[in-house]
Write a protein that binds this ligand. Structure first.
Ligand code: PCA
Length: 225
């Protein structure tokens, strides 16, 4: 038995995983990505401790908040979550592209069209997560998961691209892994959906796999309907 104070000190020393979710947008009152992130806050996964934080669904501001969180927590792994209504699986993103092209205004009323995220930056960044291994591990538990080939062109893609740009260009963050996962609606909001408890368990498995898998599996991504 470890004394509670010692246990706390141990968990404070544990390397961190930063998990972010977004605030509600587009007139919704809840965002499952934030509900899932909150549910993971404080969990221990593969000897790491999870810290959850909310990002605003606002172009530019979301990336500033994310950058500050990465500097504050110095996580070894960063997983940003966002809602993708219409998808029915935990959707592990492969690639973020250097473009903002908003279908609806963000939460500050801005709706950029054909705007680069980082002028002069590469057209795209790939995820640093073992996306195939994560998909396989989550599916092995009977929870729907897929590799997605597009994170869209709204605030989620901007955060994904911006995170990967930060990890690629900040010398102190070369070893930090990061990526983006879109989540479906919850059943109480709409369809297709995954219940919150199932979603959180799937994300826990995905995070554990990311922390314990150095080299990704080599298998076909499969088609997304
Ligand atoms: N989903 C949006 C932005 C915030 C969120 O949860 C997206 O897919 O871009």
């Amino acid at each position: 038995m470890v004394a509670p104070t010692k246990q706390k000190a141990l968990s404070l020393r544990a390397p961190k995983v930063l998990v972010t979710g977004f605030d509600p947008f587009g007139g919704d009152s809840l965002n499952p990505s934030w509900q899932a992130a909150q549910a993971l806050h404080g969990r221990r996964i593969a000897a790491h401790s999870v810290v959850a934080a909310q990002l605003p669904t606002v172009f530019g501001q979301s990336l500033k908040v994310l950058g500050a969180l990465v500097r504050e927590h110095e996580p070894v792994l960063v997983i940003c979550l966002g809602l993708a209504a219409g998808r029915g699986a935990i959707s592990i993103e492969r690639v973020g592209i250097n473009i903002n092209d908003a279908r609806i205004p963000d939460n500050a009323g801005r709706q950029p069209i054909d705007e680069t995220i980082i002028p002069g930056g590469p057209a795209a960044y790939f995820s640093k997560l073992p996306i195939k291994a994560m998909r396989a591990a989550i599916e092995a538990k009977g929870i729907p998961a897929e590799v997605s080939q597009t994170a869209g062109t709204f605030v989620c893609n901007q955060v994904f691209y911006g995170l990967m740009h930060l990890l690629a260009t900040d010398r102190g963050l070369k070893a930090t892994r990061g990526g983006f996962i879109h989540v479906p609606l919850l059943p109480e909001i709409g369809d297709p959906s995954i219940p919150l408890a199932t979603l959180v368990e799937g994300l826990r498995i995905g995070i554990r796999t990311a922390l314990t898998t150095e080299v990704d599996l080599r298998q076909q991504a499969g088609e997304i309907s």
